[in-house]
Design a binder for this molecule. Structure first.
Ligand SMILES: NC(=O)c1ccc[n+]([C@@H]2O[C@H](COP(=O)([O-])OP(=O)(O)OC[C@H]3O[C@@H](n4cnc5c(N)ncnc54)[C@H](OP(=O)(O)O)[C@@H]3O)[C@@H](O)[C@H]2O)c1
Length: 301
């Protein structure tokens, strides 16, 4: 009998890969909380493709308390996932938040009935090829990174024996900001221009990116991230080596007419900038433009 009860809330690219990897261990008892029922998930990893039986719930009222929650909706969907969180959480539960951005605890804590919130940086690429089919692409280094919190080692052990490598870092805030720096240029610019990463080959887009990055670096430093003087230039340089044909999740959400994760990305820079009295006009412009797009998408349903 599996000892660790785990609920995966949100079965997209990231949650699908997490659910598949967690299901590989006989010590894990995994329940998926989703909006449609999936009995078998096809999981692709490199050349291998395996079928994984899933226990899926589609009605939060049937959900029971668990030891661990993997929250893998987009940031803007946390409120709509609240009925799941309220039923699976107790003060003894740990909720690992596999989402982009910062301020995971602020976003999630109101819904988890005193459970511990563990933010996680996601480095792997999880693609939903179909509602019941996901693909893992490992980038390099750790696939997930969590802070050196008391729950970190137990969280890492959930994935033992799976393809997902979990790192633990005492410099979590710095890593979180480095990931956010890539996201505050990649997502809004591809979404607004409706072009993949090739758009960053343009000198005018590179200049705009550096401006957005320099604002975010100043805010990140004020938040305690150990960012270098040439951080903006280094991020852009590294980013330009990414495949030109790759898209971003905001680009795909924009094309599909879905709400966008802008508030958790450039919105987080703007909010933290206000707290520290640092002006962020370029991030504010990205936030205003993409909030308008997101709201129109949400209104169109
Ligand atoms: N994908 C990546 O490679 C990647 C990499 C790094 C970080 N991230 C971050 O990881 C997070 C998850 O991204 P993702 O790519 O996995 O997103 P995604 O593919 O859009 O999946 C999100 C899932 O959440 C589900 N969901 C939304 N509201 C829900 C609700 N109220 N109840 C139950 N399920 C709900 C959606 O269900 P429906 O299918 O019913 O809409 C969808 O299956 C985001 O913060 C993203 O920025 C993603």
């Amino acid at each position: 009998m599996a000892g660790r009860k785990i609920a995966v809330v949100g079965l997209g690219g990231i949650g699908g890969v997490a659910a598949a990897c967690l299901s590989l261990s006989p010590d894990n008892d995994v329940t998926v909380c989703a909006r449609s029922r999936i009995d078998t998930l096809t999981f692709d990893n490199h050349e291998e493709s395996i079928s994984i039986p899933l226990k899926t719930l589609t009605d939060p009222s049937f959900a029971e308390p668990v030891d661990w929650v993997i929250l893998s909706t987009k940031a803007q969907d946390v409120a709509s996932a609240a009925p799941w969180l309220e039923n699976v959480c107790t003060p003894q539960t740990t909720v690992a938040v596999l989402q982009n951005g910062i301020a995971h605890e602020e976003r999630v804590a109101p819904h988890v009935k005193g459970a511990t919130v563990l933010p996680a940086i996601v480095y792997y690429n999880g693609e939903r090829l179909a509602p019941d089919h996901v693909r893992l692409r490992r980038i390099r280094g750790h696939d997930l990174l969590v802070p050196a919190a008391p729950e970190a080692t137990a969280f890492a052990s959930l994935f033992e024996g799976s393809p997902i490598d979990v790192g633990i870092s005492a410099e979590f805030v710095t890593h979180q900001w480095r990931k956010l720096l890539v996201n505050v240029i990649a997502n809004p610019i591809t979404a607004l221009t409706r072009q993949r990463l090739a758009v960053f080959q343009r000198p005018d887009i590179q200049d705009l990116s550096l401006g957005i990055l320099r604002e975010a670096v100043a805010v990140g430093r004020a938040e305690g991230a150990q960012l270098n003087d040439n951080e903006a230039e280094t991020i852009l340089e590294t980013f330009l080596a990414y495949p030109a044909e790759a898209g971003t999740s905001m680009y795909f959400d924009c094309l599909a007419g879905r709400p966008l994760e802008i508030e958790a990305l450039n919105g987080a820079v703007v909010a933290a900038g206000r707290r520290h009295g640092i002006a962020t006009p370029l991030n504010e412009a990205m936030l205003a433009l993409l909030t308008a797009v997101s709201d129109a998408n949400a209104a169109a349903g």
